[in-house]
Design a binder for this molecule. Sequence first.
Ligand code: GDP
Ligand code: IMO
Ligand code: MG
Length: 423
Amino acid sequence: MAVDLLLGLQWGDEGKGKIVDVLTANYDIIARFQGGPNAGHTLEFDGIKHVLHTIPSGIFHPTAINLVGNGVVIDPVIFRKELENLAPFGLDIKNKLLISRKAHLILPTHRLLDAASEAAKGKAKIGSTLKGIGPTYMDKTGRNGIRIGDIELPNWKEKYRSLANKHEAMIAAYNVALDYDLAALEADFFAAIQQLKALTFIDSEAYLFEAMDAGKTILAEGAQGSLLDIDFGTYPFVTSSNTTAAGACTGLGIAPNKIKDVFGIFKAYTTRVGSGPFPTELFDADGETMGRVGREFGATTGRPRRCGWLDLVALKYAVQINGVTQLMMMKGDVLSGFDELKVCTAYDYQGQIITHFPYDIEPEHVTPIYTAMPGWSEDLTGLTEASELPNELLAYIDFLEQELRVPIKIVSVGPDRKQTIHR
Ligand code: GDP
Ligand code: IMO
Ligand code: MG
């Protein structure tokens, strides 16, 4: 067994990028399995902050191979920008970064369709990152998509044209005001495709079979979070891929019996960016403090993230769906200074007390029930040992471990690689 998975357990932005970077030293291969440039994974070391969207978060490690798996959707224009951002660091991209031929391409018209769909929904919009994710996965499951492997074939541009023409008709049918210059977008797109072709495309499932046979260690990197999963998230306010453990099997071609550990990452509180229900959301000074101290702004869109208390009903659900074996708690430092912390342990669901995550968590049906715990005032950001953590934080961690029945193995106390406490 050679594969471990790392996934976000909430609504994304839990700190996956940071932890993948921390763990990469233990692995030969880091493989992204789903999502696309809707993701923004931040890592920080040597005083520099990096944000990655499609490229796996192990890219800075000197020897690890980074694979963009078949389950990922790639926007060549954004990919090129990511590579430009990496250029000053002199990484051996040709050999260290591999791309699955089966990954699907995000076309300029997919982005336009995303915008048209959101505009047509008005107030009911999903709050999409407008990166074309939904329309690209729709074309994948609709069996119309264009894959990385296609661009190596001679007549893929005909396939492109016919799909883009169909998209234009669909955009018109939305009947919303959308200004765009497709010729300019396409010129940029085809130029970016030319640059993409200089990278290494592979039959990634075959590569991974061989790697596993050779005893290599693999870490699968998830994007988004379990509550944004297309099947198990807060539908329709979700993304369009399986962000949960099963997505790693389909997004890389890895069989379930090859998976060893499942690392579940969560913030010590909860955030959400975009629309959709969020039972423990705070609209008061506490929520404002979390957002300010935690610098809760989207790494991809810059939008402010909604903040609230930790929701154990939702977290337990995510632990179960993913089969989490180890937990990692992020941003504990942000909670320093609260007199009292609250943790949601049950929902009042239409007058009944429930502890499972129900079909619908709309605010008119769900009121969170909280357990209060004492806070701590110590600054955690300089701590390096578990033994230095304040007693109130240790009690918080104990309580979560008892409720979730999974050990919390990492406590993160700041954005930097070094601000990571192993237990
Ligand atoms: P991802 O999408 O899961 O990789 O997470 P993001 O990068 O979108 O958002 C996490 C944010 O929190 C980034 O700005 C990180 O630098 C930051 N971060 C990660 N861990 C910690 C932590 O323990 N404490 C603090 N204060 N910030 C953290
Ligand atoms: P990482 O990997 C947080 C949210 C969007 C929106 C919904 C659908 O950085 O954790 P989409 O563009 O996928 O159609 O948007 O999902 N969303 C994320 N929220 N972190 C992300 O990724 C997200 N990717 C998508 O805000 O609510
Ligand atoms: Mg993010």
